[in-house]
Design a protein around this ligand. Sequence first.
Ligand SMILES: NC(=O)c1ccc[n+]([C@@H]2O[C@H](COP(=O)([O-])OP(=O)(O)OC[C@H]3O[C@@H](n4cnc5c(N)ncnc54)[C@H](OP(=O)(O)O)[C@@H]3O)[C@@H](O)[C@H]2O)c1
Length: 257
Amino acid sequence: MKKTIWITGAGSGIGEALALAYNHTEHTIILSGRNKTQLESVSKNILNPYILPIDVTQENQITKAVATIKSTFGNVDILINNAGVSQRATVSETTNDVGRNLMEVNFFGSVHLTKAILPMMKKANKGSIVAISSAAGKFGFPLRSYYSASKHALHGFYESLSLELKDTQIHTMLVCPGRIRTDISKNALTGSGKSHNQMDQGQLNGIPVEKCASKIIQGISSKKAELYIGGNEILLIYIKRYFPFLFRLIAKRVNPK
Ligand SMILES: NC(=O)c1ccc[n+]([C@@H]2O[C@H](COP(=O)([O-])OP(=O)(O)OC[C@H]3O[C@@H](n4cnc5c(N)ncnc54)[C@H](OP(=O)(O)O)[C@@H]3O)[C@@H](O)[C@H]2O)c1
């Protein structure tokens, strides 16, 4: 069935893999992110791409983008709030400005975009809204304080939203990837806001990004509420839930890089 799919952070990593996995003559894939050149490069492999560069931290850009989508497509069937940035610094090393920026991108960026698209979805009484959280949205982790907090915040927001939407046909899903092999650690922010610029060992050992995209697409099709994707690190979510003491013992020993 013909679908209009809007993916943020579509110029790289999980967003790019989702765009390629959804690529089909019937679908229109709206590619968003800040770097237009990267979006154009991804769009070359997409049959029906629509490039819509935005910075999700800028509310005026979100408003403009949603108006463009409304006039061009009328609605979107699937919104995937995937844009995000990680952190590689201790609490003490991270300036307040960098911490606030992590919240702006990972939490408010996702939330503001969702709020802006909701009226269209409510009018059509259909659609899927996906928030890419993280395993770090289920437990804290060294060098990820603000990142983990921003992802935990997504859970409070989207769980509340899904309950508010109980009498509609609008589906919401939170995705918690563990370690997926992308450039996320290179793009992660240090305490002063510079790029960490290193491919961490944990990232390198992560599962292939195509596998992650395929599981997200299956989750959307089967209208899952929450999805965990990754390797053994996903066990930590269950250990934290059922044996919090054991979680602390294990997490202290895991290399955060
Ligand atoms: N890889 C993992 O192991 C992993 C694990 C858990 C969760 N995740 C989550 O998965 C999502 C995708 O990450 P990834 O692994 O694919 O890393 P990535 O390759 O670094 O992708 C992040 C994307 O977000 C975009 N972005 C960053 N800031 C933005 C902003 N202000 N406005 C719009 N777009 C912005 C970036 O594009 P521009 O720079 O062009 O804007 C980039 O395409 C993130 O939410 C991340 O937290 C990843």
